[in-house]
Design a protein around this ligand. Sequence first.
Ligand SMILES: Cc1ncc(COP(=O)(O)O)c(C=O)c1O
Length: 346
Amino acid sequence: MNAIKDHAFASDNNSGIHPEILAAIARANRGHVIAYGDDPYTRKAEDTLRNTFGREAEPFFVLTGTGANVLGLASLLQPYHAVICAESAHINVDECGAPERFCNCKLLPVNTTDGKLNPDNILQQLQGFGFEHHVQPKVISISQPTEMGTVYTRDEIESISQLAKKHDLYLHVDGARLANAAVRLNLEFKAFTKDAGIDVLSFGGTKNGMLFGESVIFFRKELAEHFRYIRKQGMQLASKMRFIAIQFDTYITQKIWKANASHANEMAQILYKETEQIPEIQVTQKVETNGIFARIPRKIIAPLQKEYFFYVWDEATNEVRWMTSYDTQPEDIEDFTHFIKELIHQ
Ligand SMILES: Cc1ncc(COP(=O)(O)O)c(C=O)c1O
């Protein structure tokens, strides 16, 4: 069985660990250091994140992306609060109700065509302030890039941030793939996070070459005040923190984030150009990062999945999701699209 081929376009989560990240983990695997993050690797990685996101940033390492989102939100919410998010948001559809359970909050989903919120569509849910029978909106959460692979510009984020501030709401960003957005925007991380008015960020690297581990970054010190306790109670405090920390440090200082995300995004463009040539396939979203959404003939879904597993996004319309990764090769795309054409013409 060829494991790479079987899962080549299913998810960037299916890829392995980037060799430089693996080597860094091995370098940290020396002797004893104090557990739970009170160690030099963690101090250094926190410093690196502060250099990247601004000296006032308060970074914390956690274990998973869901954990980062849920605990970041938990630090902002009371039980009568609500989070406005896109209907397609990971927090809404892919976290098994963890935000509702652990934050005791209600999610207020907004219908979008491309996964993006904006000051107009947010108005669908921006209501009920001061009315005791209505849950009180307190956070706007966006994903950058979105689950549909689309990207918010810095101006778009700023306009959402302004709306949030006007209504005394916080702006939370799920940045599980933030590097792919940074490459697309050709901006440094700080320019479209802290400088665009974000309050709390989930910053991930697992989908872009890291082994595991995510971070929650607060851009206002007071919001981070209780996070140490929230993290421990939320079961996301890693005892061997140094192995998460060294990954982040290497990811940033060696610019692995940039090389990997640039490659994954470029591969998506190649896949997009190839699929565009196939009249039976309609790409349904702008290809701005490393995901491609497309309607494909129903008859090819099962046989294609058998060779190259991937997820069907919408059964009703035969829309599927293909994702490229930091280790996708042009030959993988060539084989894949060749096989698609064969199946279509069978
Ligand atoms: C947009 C987004 N946010 C968050 C996550 C969280 O990831 P996990 O909890 O699986 O680490 C994912 C994973 O696929 C994701 O795609």
